[in-house]
Design a binder for this molecule. Structure first.
Ligand code: DGY
Length: 328
């Protein structure tokens, strides 16, 4: 019997490709071309499965043009590149890659928070530019982490990981806001107190955004929200571009409405708003929060596991629209 055909839409670990080749006839994009939607559709022709990453948009137009497609396995926990309703309507299963990246991403959230509050990249640029000629009492003086108020917007697994690092490692007072409140045991484990969004914005010394992107969370942080924050506050976004209004944030950084920001994700990435590139008090990283080799391998392996389970008649590990499985 011939093997099902799948497309791996981006470059990925050779060992993951080798494993998938045991089960599938694989076309891979190992040269990592950035495909247009038309090119993605062309490469998906005749494929029953797709291994995707967050940049590969699967919407009604793609689905209509690829009627043989049955499953898309995302190598990311976020899945705003999937139109889940359209996939469900087309009977196409969507899976993501949660859990395996939680601790690594929480580590990075904390690293970005510390780099931002303690002005690490700004001071390194100054040093590399040969501008360090003497000690000065207020040179690159930033904000304390220990004992400060850590605000978390979006208290899923990664938010909880950041809360625990802050509370247990740095003696921070943790407050959070989320669509739903955590149960008492989890709140105690994270040493986190639930507050309203405005209180979170007004009270946090350091605010970390970890909520998923959806049309409802578009520009959750804009000029009005930034105006509520302390002028000494730090804002960190490791969630998704579009949750923050990047133009409004650049203006707030320029005008010192808030002290500093750390951004791993951007509206329209990999483009970065030119106003953000022009302000010194922002640490900018290219969407690398989950980027350690073990974690990226675990994410890719989970996406592969989902494809293999689906085509061998087993239940995929992390389905997003399990209703599709019920009607198969
Ligand atoms: C995720 O998993 O959603 C990350 O943003 C991808 O790196």
């Amino acid at each position: 019997m011939s093997k099902p055909k799948i497309l791996i839409a981006r470059a990925v670990f050779p060992e993951v490709i080798a494993r998938l080749e045991q089960h599938f006839e694989v076309e891979s994009n190992q040269d990592d071309h950035t495909w247009s939607k038309a090119e993605l559709i062309a490469h998906l022709q005749g494929k029953a499965g797709a291994f995707t990453t967050g940049g590969d948009r699967i919407d009604a137009e793609v689905l209509a043009a690829c009627p043989e497609l049955k499953i898309c396995a995302n190598m990311a926990v976020g899945y705003n590149n999937f139109d889940i309703d359209a996939m469900t309507a087309a009977g196409v299963l969507a899976t993501n890659a949660p859990d395996v990246l939680t601790e690594t991403t929480a580590d990075f959230g904390f690293a970005l928070l510390m780099a931002t509050a303690r002005r690490i990249t700004e001071s390194e640029h100054f040093l590399r530019a040969g501008q360090w000629t003497k000690w000065r009492y207020d040179m690159f003086a930033g904000a304390d982490i220990h004992g400060s108020v850590l605000g978390i917007l979006g208290m899923g697994r990664i938010g909880q990981g950041i809360a625990k690092r802050g509370a247990h490692g740095f003696g921070m007072k943790v407050i959070y806001h989320n669509r739903s409140r955590l149960d008492a045991a989890l709140e105690a484990e994270c040493q986190a107190r639930y507050v309203g969004k405005d209180e979170l914005l007004r009270t946090a010394d350091h605010l970390v955004l970890v909520l998923p992107y959806s049309p409802a969370s578009h520009h959750t942080i804009g000029a009005a929200e930034l105006a509520l924050m302390k002028p000494t506050a730090t804002l960190v976004n490791i969630a998704r571009g579009g949750i923050v209004d990047d133009a409004a944030l650049a203006a707030a950084l320029r005008n010192k409405t808030i002290a500093a920001a750390g951004l791993d994700v951007f509206e329209g990435e990999p483009s970065v708003h030119p106003d953000l590139l022009a302000v010194p008090n922002v640490v900018l990283t290219p969407h690398i929060a989950s980027a350690t080799m073990p974690t990226r391998l675990a994410m890719a392996s989970l996406a592969a596991d989902n494809l293999i389970a689906f085509f061998t008649g087993n239940k995929p590990l992390t389905p997003l629209n399990a209703a599709v499985l019920a009607i198969k």
